[in-house]
Design a protein. Sequence first.
Length: 142
Amino acid sequence: MRSRLPCWSTSAPFRCEWRPSRWQAGALLLLGLLAAVALLNCELEDTIAWPAALLVSCWGLRAARHGLGQPARQLLVPPAPAPASVDGMAVDALELLERDPLLVLRWRKGKRRGQLLFWPDTLPRARRRELRLAVRASAVSR
């Protein structure tokens, strides 16, 4: 008779390097340009529409550059008893929100809060599933 393989009650830790999303930067840039076109096509006076269009297109460019300029962050979600860490600092109250293709990972460290936004270009589908499972395994039942 065959002996069964041992069943492990813990999962492997989830390690990931978060980096800024190019898709998000492109979306912010496109949003700024479309807002400028919308301002030019509405019935505002030209003395108001052109400066406002220039302002929102510059806002879109600035938001895209700011998003791409964020540093990469190291994420570690170990099995249940150990706390998760972001950039080597332990964090509390890890929470994962799923918004179809987007994942928002939120945490709290004392009174400070933080979050990471994972777009499909920064975290492939298989790694998204691993992250979901790791956060569920590390969550404490309320």
